[in-house]
Design a protein around this ligand. Structure first.
Ligand SMILES: NC(=O)C1=CN([C@@H]2O[C@H](COP(=O)(O)OP(=O)(O)OC[C@H]3O[C@@H](n4cnc5c(N)ncnc54)[C@H](O)[C@@H]3O)[C@@H](O)[C@H]2O)C=CC1
Ligand SMILES: NCC(=O)COP(=O)(O)O
Length: 329
């Protein structure tokens, strides 16, 4: 069965439109529908010298496999024409409207999942919206608890989950409490089984402080908050181990026994996976009622409308979303 995925290219001045145009040239085992301004995609295709036929989607017909060189479109208008590389807060509402439309298509059953291109958080805030990323925004739109962000390589050999995401580093210790860590560990445990077929995943949990606190001499959160949360999770049947010193957590010896690593904060986990597999890593929202994947990179404004845009992560994000859709709810 062919699944239909909706694709939001994200910030119109960034490389998201390039990704949509370039990905449309490739064979895909899903039907792809871009939720975007058709003029934006046509302009970007022209700018990079790619032929692209845009076809209005009909959600009432069954999905058909993607035809390279063609792209189904669910049209939404931008406020102003986009200039590659130049942010314009006037188009922030359009970026959010595309996300809203994608959620609506998924919840209505018109699409089996959504794949998001990169958005620019600052320009959306500049336009007056409090916005820390898709993850929180989509949770609010879906009336879901804050989902858990996981970045995974396309082969699944490394999965990094973040216990906290887009908050200042100084706010991290205060955000780590027992109920929150319980929610993160429960979500990883249940979602890896439900969406990826990994029953009883083994989860390795990083400490917060150097050497996981060194028995409390280098910080108290590891012993007082993280260790009890892991022990409680073990009581609930979750195979979680830690807190483990983060500096040696990503060594091959440790990874060989892990289905997922839980890092305590953004820059504890993401540099490792991006170093290992930038452009073949996928951002996955765990715990949303809909399937949502994304790229491992940002808007790369200086590369918009150039020949230097790597589509690897978008290709992987589409494939993973298709696999998740096939696993079913
Ligand atoms: N999924 C999303 O919506 C994400 C959005 N962002 C946002 O993107 C904006 C820019 O963030 P930066 O930190 O500058 O990260 P970035 O990922 O846009 O750029 C980092 C470096 O990687 C390069 N790069 C990124 N994607 C590439 C690709 N597909 N092909 C070739 N080179 C690529 C860029 O040219 C730059 O040198 C920020 O507003 C950030 O919040 C960042 C990450 C994910
Ligand atoms: N660092 C990941 C990132 O910025 C993407 O976040 P989100 O938009 O998926 O919430």
């Amino acid at each position: 069965m062919t699944h239909r995925l909706v694709l939001t290219p994200g910030e119109p001045a960034g490389i998201g439109p390039d990704l949509a145009v370039r990905i449309a040239q490739q064979a895909q085992d899903v039907e792809l529908v871009a939720i975007a301004d058709p003029a934006l995609l046509a302009d970007r295709a022209r700018a990079i010298g790619v032929d692209l036929v845009l076809e209005p989607v009909d959600y009432d017909t069954p999905p058909v496999a993607h035809r390279p060189g063609h792209l189904k479109i669910d049209a939404l208008p931008m406020a102003r024409p986009a200039v590659a590389g130049q942010l314009d807060p006037a188009n922030a509402d359009y970026v959010l409207a595309c996300l809203d439309q994608a959620v609506a298509r998924c919840t209505a059953g018109h699409a089996a999942g959504m794949v998001t291109g990169p958005v620019h958080k600052a320009v959306i805030n500049q336009a007056g919206h409090v916005f820390s990323g898709h993850t929180g925004y989509l949770a609010a739109r879906c009336n879901a608890p804050t989902p858990v962000m996981m970045l995974a390589t396309d082969t699944g050999d490394l999965r990094v989950v973040l216990a906290t995401v887009h908050i200042p580093l100084s706010a991290v210790p205060g955000a780590l409490d027992g109920p929150h860590l319980a929610y993160v560990l429960d979500t990883v445990h249940t979602q890896l089984a439900r969406r990826f077929g990994i029953t009883r995943p083994r989860i390795l949990v990083a400490g917060l402080n150097p050497h996981a606190g060194e028995n409390g001499y280098l910080g108290h959160e590891d012993d007082e908050i993280i260790a009890p949360a892991i022990a409680a999770a073990n009581q609930r049947g979750i195979d979680a181990v830690g807190p483990l010193p983060a500096d040696t957590l990503f060594t091959p010896h440790q990874l060989a026994r892990a289905d997922a690593i839980v890092a305590m904060y953004h820059d504890q986990g993401l540099p490792v996976i991006k170093h290992a597999a930038f452009s073949r890593t996928v951002n996955i929202s765990l715990g949303l009622p809909i399937v949502r994947t994304s790229v491992d990179h940002g808007t790369a404004l200086s590369l918009a409308a150039t020949a230097d845009v790597d589509t690897g992560s978008m290709t992987a994000a589409i494939r993973v979303a298709g696999d998740m859709a096939r696993h079913g709810a």
